[in-house]
Design a protein around this ligand. Sequence first.
Ligand SMILES: Cc1cc2nc3c(=O)[nH]c(=O)nc-3n(C[C@H](O)[C@H](O)[C@H](O)COP(=O)(O)OP(=O)(O)OC[C@H]3O[C@@H](n4cnc5c(N)ncnc54)[C@H](O)[C@@H]3O)c2cc1C
Length: 408
Amino acid sequence: MVVLEAETAGFGASGRNGGWCSALFPASLPTLAGLPGSSRSAAMAQHQAMRATVDEVLAVAAKEGIDARAHKGGTVAVARTPSQWRRAQQEVEAARAWGRGEDDLCLLDAGQARARLQATDVLGGTFTPDCAAIHPSRLVRGLARVVEAHGGRIFEQTRVREVQPGRAGTDDGTVRAEVVLRATEGYTPGLDSMRRDVVPVYSLVVATEPLPETTWERIGLSDRETFTDHRNLIIYGQRTADGRLVFGGRGAPYHFGSSVKPGYDREEKVFAMLRATLRELFPVLGGARFSHAWGGALGVPRDWVASVGLDRASGLGWAGGYVGDGVGTTNLAGRTLRDLVLGRDTELTRLPWVGHRSRRWEPEPLRWLGVNAGLKAMTFADAEERLTGRPSLVARAMAPLVGGHLTG
Ligand SMILES: Cc1cc2nc3c(=O)[nH]c(=O)nc-3n(C[C@H](O)[C@H](O)[C@H](O)COP(=O)(O)OP(=O)(O)OC[C@H]3O[C@@H](n4cnc5c(N)ncnc54)[C@H](O)[C@@H]3O)c2cc1C
C-alpha cells in the first residue's frame, strides 16, 4: 500500500481540526433513511456505527501507543437564548422519535448544563457521551507512523495530478495499482475532473495559553467535555490535556472557483470574532492570552451526505464529504474501504453512505453566490434571534440547504 501526499502526512484538516472525535455525521437520519435503497434501520445502523467508531479510534490509539491526548468526556451543547433552548428540546424529541435513548442524547436543565459548562446565559442544553477530545496532529502523525510500521509506504511532497483506472500520475512518475483511492477532501477541486465535487469551506480556530486551575473551576469541563451551543453558525471547543481552551467556528468566506490557498487559513477578522465570542461565553477569561490561531479547509458535498465507495470495474474508490465531522468518520471510511477493496460483504459495506454519489455543485459564479449567502445567512440568523428572541426565519428558510449538524 502506497500513500501519495502532496505535502506532509497530516497537512490537511486531519492535522488541524478542533479535536472532536464525535459520532456526528453531516447528514441527518431522515436524509440517510431517504437515500435510494436505504431505510430507517439502515440509517440507525450508520448512527450506531458512528457511535462505535469513537471507541474504535481510542482503542487503536491505545493499542498502537499513539499519545493523542484523548479523553472521552462527551459533548455538552448549551442553550443560551430561548430559540436555542427550543432547538435543544426539538433535537432531543427528534432523537427519541428515532428510538435514541438517554444514553445517546439527553436534555439538561439549566443547573445540569451549568454543572458541566459555566458559560453565560445558560438556560439548559443537551449532552451526548459519544465524543472524545483529541489532539489532532498527534493522532494523525501517530497513525502515519503506524501505517509505515505495518509496511505501508508514505510518499510526502508527491502531488497527484491525475487519477485514472489503474494509475495515479505525479510529477515524478506514475504509480500503478489495481485499486486507486482518492481521499483529498477540501482539496478535491484541485483535481481537474473534480472541480465541482465538493466545496472547500474554511473553519478557523484559536487557542489560549494554558489556563490556571482557578479559571477552570469557573469554566467547568471537568471531564474534558467538548462544547458548543445551539446557535446557527457552528462553534466548537475543547479543554486540552494541557489546560488550554481551543475554540473554532465558521465565518471565513468561500473563495471564488473553490480556490484553496495557505493565506486563506488566516482571517484576522474571524480570529478576533472567535476570541470575542469566547470572552463573551466565559468573562472569567479576562485578559487571558491567546497563543495560537489557525484554520483549514473542509469538504462540503452538494447534498451534505458524506460517502465512501469503490467502483469494482475501474478500481477507483473514494472517501470524503465529511463537512465538519471527519475525525471519526474518516476511521469508519477507512475500515469500510478495507472491506470493499478485499471484496468482503460486511455490516460496514451495507451502510447507506456506501456508494452514494452526491450531485455536483453549480458552476461559478452561482456557487460563490450561494455558498457565501449561506454563510452570511447563518451569522444574520443568530443576530436576528438575539434581537427578537424568536427562532430565525432566515435559519428556517436556509435549513434544507445546509443539512444536518456539523462540527468543524
Ligand atoms: C479547522 C477545522 C476544524 C475541524 N474540526 C473538526 C472536529 O472538531 N471534528 C471533526 O470530526 N471534524 C473536524 N473537521 C473536519 C475534519 O478535520 C476533516 O473532515 C477530516 O480531517 C478530513 O480528513 P481527510 O483525510 O479526508 O482529509 P485531509 O485531512 O484534509 O487530508 C487530505 C490530504 O490530501 C492531500 N492532498 C490534497 N490534494 C492532493 C493531491 N492532488 N495529491 C496528493 N495529496 C493531496 C492534502 O495535502 C491533505 O494532507 C475540522 C476541519 C477543519 C479545517
